[in-house]
Write a protein that binds this ligand. Structure first.
Ligand code: AMP
Ligand code: ZN
Length: 451
């Protein structure tokens, strides 16, 4: 498996810490509003990663976190807590908001047939571990206290700028001076925030003699330490995580234990909608539910995502989603052909399937794999393997027709032989109402799915 490692800025061949085993951590959603299709783009790319590793024979252990505390409106410890803001807006408690959007996220997660992680961790279940981590960072001389929290002194970690190739001088010049002039360096970040008397912050834990809550970045360092142990093999996230969130995770873990956090870092680019950034103010936020309401299957969207590469910016349009839907229908009808005549859609099979796997092993090049699928003759068994690799529910959504439908086909064949065209058309119509259409070709009748 070859992957683009952000930390080394090049494509590398994966060498796991333990032979045949791979440990992965994925930064999950902040559960304060409905996840949109942009959010799910990243989870679909990492689903392919997991499936491709499994296809190569690796045993995959994967942890995903759910951020239900501490993520402020700006990544730089600035502004309101996203959870508190969501709760206020909907007139609910932060805990209700978290539960509600976690269940929404998991519904979509399952609708997209994403492989269940080994463990899903809520940030609020790791508060004790967060406190111990802050203690360790403080003991090791990496933190300082201000009136509003415990901050990480980024000047104490020599490699702070390395991961994201940060220009710290520039960050300093661009820093908003009016905000928190107690910070020693513009890039310093809160590992623990204090709640001021009178401040309305429902999620609170007593630490250092007063109420507070963990900084956003801390949960990933503590969950990885608790559940997987450093270094892990692969850490994944969106490109927005590189300069702040992942940079800070790396710094924290070093300050806590002196260890490297991960050997390989994978980041996906963003999708835009109709050429514009996904944003509430533009009203172009779509959820998986919205796509279903417009007549698409979540699998059409998954296929659309996998038609592109995780390292390229994508432009989502409903026209292109339509094309993805048609491609999936075409694949399902090739499966239908296999069901009707096992010898029909085959030839060069092993070689084609091997090429599909090789394309995916080459830095998850699913677009190339799909072109190979389009141009190869595949057996039913190949389709089963392809479905396992991409998780597109091709087999599930392409059942054989029922015995009653088979009997109708036989009846239609006899009607045609007797030149009873009216009966032949009536049966075609009846089957079309059941989602099956019939094509008459040189080899006789062939049925296909209509949608
Ligand atoms: P959040 O729930 O805000 O923490 O977002 C989860 C992750 O979804 C983000 O960190 C990004 O990596 C990813 N994400 C957000 N918007 C997009 C987008 N338009 N395209 C791709 N990924 C996105
Ligand atoms: Zn994270």
């Amino acid at each position: 498996m070859k992957l683009f490692n952000t930390a080394e800025r090049k494509i590398e061949t994966l060498k796991t810490i333990e032979d045949g085993k791979v440990r992965i951590y994925t930064c999950g959603p902040t559960v304060y509003s409905a996840p949109h299709i942009g959010n799910f783009a990243s989870y679909i790319y990492w689903d392919l990663l997991v499936r491709a590793l499994k296809a190569e024979g690796y045993k995959v252990t994967r942890v995903l976190n759910l951020t239900d505390v501490g993520h402020l409106a700006s990544d730089a410890d600035d502004g309101e807590d996203k959870m508190e803001k969501g709760a206020k807006k909907e007139g609910k408690t932060v805990w209700e908001i978290a539960d509600f959007y976690i269940s929404k996220y998991m519904n979509d997660f399952h609708a997209l047939n994403l492989v269940e992680p080994t463990k899903i961790c809520r940030a609020t279940d790791y508060i004790k571990e967060d406190m111990a981590a802050v203690d360790a960072m403080t003991k090791n001389g990496f933190t300082y206290e201000t009136s509003d929290g415990i901050y990480f002194d980024t000047s104490k970690y020599n490699n702070y700028a390395k991961f994201a190739n940060l220009d710290l001088e520039n960050i300093k010049a661009g820093a908003r001076v009016e905000f928190n002039d107690e910070k020693r360096n513009a890039s310093d970040f809160a590992v623990w925030k204090f709640i001021k008397p009178g401040e309305n912050h429902a999620m609170r834990w007593d630490y250092l003699g007063r109420p507070g809550y963990p900084g956003w970045h801390l949960e990933c360092s503590t969950i990885i330490d608790t559940e997987l142990g450093e270094p892990i093999d692969i850490h994944t996230g969106g490109i927005d995580h590189i300069p702040v969130h992942h940079t800070n995770e790396i710094a924290q873990t070093y300050a806590i234990s002196g260890k490297k956090l991960a050997n390989y870092w994978l980041h996906c680019n963003f999708i835009n909608i109709d050429g514009q950034k996904i944003s509430k103010s533009l009203g172009n936020i779509y959820t998986i539910e919205d796509l279903v309401e417009r007549g698409f299957s979540p699998m059409d969207f998954k296929l659309w995502i996998l038609q592109g590469h995780y390292q390229s910016d994508r432009n989502f349009t409903f026209e292109s989603l339509d094309a993805a839907k048609n491609r999936r229908l075409n694949w399902r009808n090739r499966i239908a052909l296999c069901l009707q005549n096992p010898g029909r859609d085959c030839g060069f099979t092993r070689e084609s399937l091997q090429n599909v796997l090789s394309a995916v092993s080459n830095n998850l090049n699913s677009a190339e794999a799909f072109a190979i699928i389009d141009n190869s003759k595949l057996t039913y068994e190949d389709w089963v393997a392809i479905d396992e690799l991409f998780g597109l529910n091709l087999i599930n959504d392409s059942p054989d027709i029922s015995d009653v439908q088979k009997a109708l086909l036989k009846e239609r064949k006899q009607a045609r032989e007797a030149k009873d065209w009216q009966k032949s058309d009536d049966i075609r119509h009846e089957l079309e109402l059941q989602g099956i259409t019939i094509k008459d070709g040189p080899t006789g009748q062939i049925w296909q799915y209509l949608n």
